[in-house]
Write a protein of this length. Structure first.
Ligand code: PLP
Length: 405
């Protein structure tokens, strides 16, 4: 009998952060081995519980959350998102400009499906959060990667962006604070993005899911606050700052010249309608999350767990010969570099696999983030100081062996 095969649409779609290395880790765990997992930015399993107010909100509203909601989301949640952005200086996001989804992930895919024609190009950072590349490819588009410069605090290279614009370019994606690099962009950098989008009539897509996960006094500026003449789609949600990734709650908010985007927005509404609505119980938490006490601050300020863990991992990684890493100003990750003159890694996925097999440490290889060379890996800074100390210590031992070979 003929084999049942996946659709050809998936031929070039990749999502290697959950690829063979993670599958091997699962097999090893099933065989009884203890794996230190530093691969997924999922706060709750690391003891970062959600604020009680959010859990109570969901529990109390559960009886009223049994039916479908409006396909864009419940009114109180969309009002809260609209008012939140108003407080951040974005005055033109009304209740009707907010689409609530099952996490930012769903809205990234939905927006790209609504916007991208076969052969359209989307400018995406390298390194990136790989859903952007995968979802662009699935929508029939081409992900064109622009470089972020490690020697310049992982800031985007605006000249590289400019040089990669073609008549098929439709949108430019920025991730700020950045996963995987931890960069937080200055006003001048963001104005650079806005300027490019304005001059080339591109949609600006700002993935700001880590906007409240900031260290060392870093300030986050919403890209949408910097113009009213560039169509800007701002993505954020509850997974990170409010630690409820499993509830699947995020949104996209539209600002700028919406009158020029009516047809696209109709398309987006059509797709939102087709999937009925996002998970309703989690929508009830959005108002409380955005309006209530921002408990993430207790974790990222001096003495806070997230900051302490980041500092320990940063220090220990930089102490390993041939390893260097920029300090993260935001988000939950470090993206260390393995000096090619010391390690000369040809296949970074295999590097991650060997690290897993020999030291039972699970990290993500840099090329899973569409980084250009096999010389980086990403780890999450969510594990406790004890676990991170053990894990980075064992990464050091592994690299000692590699150097000696
Ligand atoms: N965008 C970035 C940059 C992320 O790192 C993530 C998750 O790690 C997401 C989007 C998706 O988040 P969610 O679907 O949980 O809202």
């Amino acid at each position: 009998m003929q084999e049942i095969r996946q659709s050809s649409k998936l031929q070039y779609v990749r999502y290697d952060v959950r690829g063979p290395v993670m599958e091997e880790a699962q097999r090893m765990e099933e065989a009884g081995q203890r794996i230190l997992k530093l691969n997924i930015g999922n706060p709750a399993p690391f003891g970062f519980d959600a604020p009680d107010s959010i859990l109570m909100d969901i529990i109390r509203h559960l009886p009223q959350a049994q039916g479908y909601s409006d396909s864009k989301g419940i009114y109180s949640a969309r009002t809260a998102v609209s008012q939140y952005y108003e407080s951040r200086g974005i005055m033109d996001i009304s209740v009707n400009d907010v689409f609530i989804g099952n996490g930012v992930s769903e809205m990234i895919s939905m927006v790209l499906q609504a916007l991208v024609d076969n052969g359209d190009e989307i400018l995406i950072p390298a390194p990136d959060y790989p859903l952007w590349t995968g979802a662009t490819t699935l929508a029939g588009g081409t992900a064109v990667h622009y470089l972020c410069d490690e020697n310049n605090d992982w800031n985007p290279d605006l000249e590289d962006i400019e040089s990669k614009i073609s008549p098929r370019t439709k949108a430019i994606v920025l991730i700020n604070p950045n996963n995987p690099t931890g960069a937080v962009y200055s006003r001048a950098t963001l104005e650079g993005f806005v300027d490019v989008a304005r001059r080339h009539n591109l949609v600006l897509m700002a993935d700001e899911i880590y906007e409240k996960v900031l260290y060392d006094g870093a300030r986050h500026i919403n890209a949408a606050a910097l113009s009213d003449d560039v169509l800007t789609l701002t993505f954020s949600g509850l997974s990170k700052a409010y630690r409820v990734a499993g509830f699947r709650s995020g949104w996209v908010a539209v600002s700028g010249p919406k009158h020029r985007a009516r047809n696209f927005l109709e398309g987006l509404t059509l797709l939102a309608n087709m999937r009925m609505c996002a998970n309703v119980p989690a929508q009830h938490a959005i108002q409380t999350a955005l309006g209530g006490y921002q408990s993430i601050n207790d974790l990222v300020l001096p003495g806070g767990r997230l900051r302490e863990q980041r500092d320990v991992a940063y220090r220990m990684l930089n102490e390993i010969p041939g390893v260097s890493v920029n300090q993260a100003k935001g988000a939950l990750y470090l993206f260390p570099r393995l000096d090619p003159e010391v390690y000369n890694i040809q296949d970074d996925e295999n590097f991650a696999l060997q690290l897993l097999k020999e030291q039972r440490i699970l990290v993500s290889h840099g090329r899973a983030f569409n980084w250009v060379n096999p010389d980086h890996f990403r780890l999450v800074t969510l594990p406790s100081v004890e676990v991170l100390t053990e894990a980075v210590g064992r990464i050091g031992e592994f690299l000692d062996d590699v150097r000696e070979k």
